[in-house]
Design a protein around this ligand. Structure first.
Ligand SMILES: *Cc1c(COP(=O)(O)O)cnc(C)c1O
Length: 229
């Protein structure tokens, strides 16, 4: 397992370098978040030992024992949907919350972070594909939410996150990512230079995301292997 994970990470870096070459991007501008959901604490530790600095998890219940066991060996990102009643735990466990999609959720994050005297880095999740089963704020409501969340005291708003459409149609994938990049640029005009994270691209679509300006890819399967879901 250990060897597989290290080998997968090396192969992934190669593929990211190829995509950067093809689309005129700088590899230094792409951060890899290894999404270890449904994989063990040992697998997570192996990825960090192999050079990964950012780890993503999507469920509080699963992440709590795992992240507690391994200790703070990487920057921890919450990438899954977050319920208001789990925010207190999320603020204790994570450095970055990528799935902020309502003002109510953002206010609770700011409140809970304030109670423990912290500022938590957040991204706004946008539903750029328009698929109804997805979480995320609608594109037309995104910038209003960016403005409001940016005004909260214990949140450092640094960018946007999106999940690409569930399709093999490359045109469709790229146009959803391009729409998110346009919103990101407009958000940057509102917030300033510190708004510099565009989290898009997963195992199946990171090359398209890099083509459209992603600065952060969230990779599960290509690093850790397949999952139940
Ligand atoms: C699971 C997950 C990923 C990783 O997906 P893979 O297709 O396994 O790379 C990325 N982002 C989010 C939000 C996820 O839930």
């Amino acid at each position: 397992m250990k060897d597989d994970i290290s080998r997968n990470i090396r192969a992934l870096y190669g593929q990211i370098a190829d995509a950067c070459e093809a689309y005129n991007r700088d590899t230094d501008d792409i951060t890899v978040v290894a999404v270890s959901k449904q994989h063990s604490a040992a697998a997570l530790k192996t990825a960090v030992a192999a050079g990964i600095h950012n780890i993503g998890e999507s469920r509080i219940q699963e992440a709590e024992p795992k992240l507690t066991e391994v200790g703070h060996i990487a920057t921890f990102h919450m990438v899954g949907h977050l319920q208001t009643n789990k925010v207190k735990k999320a603020v204790q466990l994570f450095d970055v919350i990528q799935s902020v999609d309502s003002l109510k959720l953002a206010e609770e994050i700011s409140h809970q972070a304030g109670l423990v005297d912290r500022t938590i880095e957040c991204l706004i999740e946008v539903n750029c594909s328009g698929e109804s089963q997805k979480y995320g704020v609608a594109p037309e409501a995104c910038l209003e939410l960016v403005k409001k969340v940016n005004g909260l005291p214990h949140i450092e708003l640094t960018g946007l996150m999106t999940i690409g459409p569930f399709t093999d149609d490359e045109e469709q994938v790229r146009s959803a990512f391009a729409a998110c990049r346009d919103l990101f640029k407009q958000g940057q005009d509102l917030v300033g230079r510190e708004f510099d994270v565009l989290s898009m691209g997963m195992s199946d679509d990171f090359a398209e995301a890099i083509a459209e300006g992603s600065t952060m890819v969230r990779i599960g399967t290509s690093i850790f292997g397949s999952r139940e879901d």
